[in-house]
Design a protein around this ligand. Structure first.
Ligand code: CO8
Length: 257
């Protein structure tokens, strides 16, 4: 892989995926996105991995889709290149994904961070959907996920003006989970991942799926989906172990079965 660096055992059960196109501020070219998709799919299949962190570098998480590679394309070129199928495949990853964001998370970069399950931001992080400034609109979920995350008024403002917001402002809107000094953002993301990997991976997967379902459906259907996933946890050995450990006043040892 040229633009993605994967460290599978960064910490036990935690994989670190780094976007690595530093000179272009990690602009999300089709090749980078395909490599990211391949890396995430491999990690999703790897039983030793229970949580994934996606990060960039201090300067940029990602400054958006690669404008230079898109500039002269026609609508039909874009349709045929069909970059969004890669994004759709990434969306289907079952394991929890944390975005560790420092610097620019713009356009597709902001959309990629929002596609992750949680965002840890450094104080220097800047989020925005500046597509409007180059004559287009967000295309990888920005109008939908940003609106769901921060509400209509702010989403409309950010999408129509293209202005960036800092990490604290993003925190105040509920876009990110936590803001920490720049030297801590990766560490904080790892701490969060470490908590999650101690849980039953089956329950984590079913919970992630159920939370995500709330964005896609109305309450009745969402509750029914949640209930079925809840029942399903009772088919796992981890449920027996978790409840037994509670009664025996010890820490559960979840095997992912
Ligand atoms: N695409 C390609 N190259 C980029 C991008 C980008 N999005 N962003 C930065 N770069 C390159 C610059 O061209 C420059 O390279 P070079 O020196 O060879 O010209 C290098 O990265 C450094 O950038 P700057 O010199 O501009 O650095 P500054 O610190 O002055 O500015 C900014 C940083 C503010 C981040 C600025 O680079 C910028 O505004 N970038 C573009 C941000 C943007 O508009 N993003 C949205 C892109 S459109 C999009 O994401 C649509 C998503 C739709 C779905 C995706 C699937 C198709």
């Amino acid at each position: 892989m040229e633009f993605i660096k994967v460290t599978e055992q960064h910490e036990p059960a935690i994989a670190l995926v780094q976007l690595y196109r530093p000179k272009e501020l990690n602009a999300l070219s089709p090749q980078l996105m395909q490599e990211l998709r391949d890396a995430l799919q491999q990690l999703d299949r790897n039983d030793a991995v229970r949580a994934i962190i996606i990060t960039g570098n201090e300067q940029a998480f990602a400054a958006g889709a690669d404008i230079k590679q898109m500039a002269d394309k026609s609508a039909i070129d874009m349709l045929l290149i069909d970059q969004f199928s890669t994004w759709d495949q990434i969306r289907k990853v079952k394991k929890p994904i944390i975005a560790a964001v420092s610097g620019f998370a713009l356009g597709g970069g902001c959309e990629l961070a929002m596609m992750c399950d949680m965002i840890i931001a450094s104080e220097t992080a800047k989020f925005g959907q500046p597509e409007i400034k180059i004559g287009v609109i967000p295309g990888a979920g920005g109008t939908q996920r940003l609106t769901k995350a921060v509400g209509k008024a702010k989403a409309m403002e950010l999408v129509l003006t293209g202005r960036f917001i800092g990490a604290e402002e993003a925190l105040s809107y509920g876009l990110v989970n936590k803001v920490v000094p720049v030297e801590m953002y990766l560490y904080e993301a790892i701490q969060l991942a470490k908590e999650i990997v101690q849980m039953s991976p089956i329950a984590v997967q079913l919970a992630k799926e159920a939370v995500n379902r709330s964005f896609e459906t109305h309450l009745d259907e969402g509750l029914s989906f949640e209930r079925k996933n809840f029942y399903l946890t009772f088919a796992s050995e981890d449920q027996k172990e978790g409840m037994k450990a509670f009664m025996e006043r010890r820490k559960a040892d979840f095997k992912g079965k």
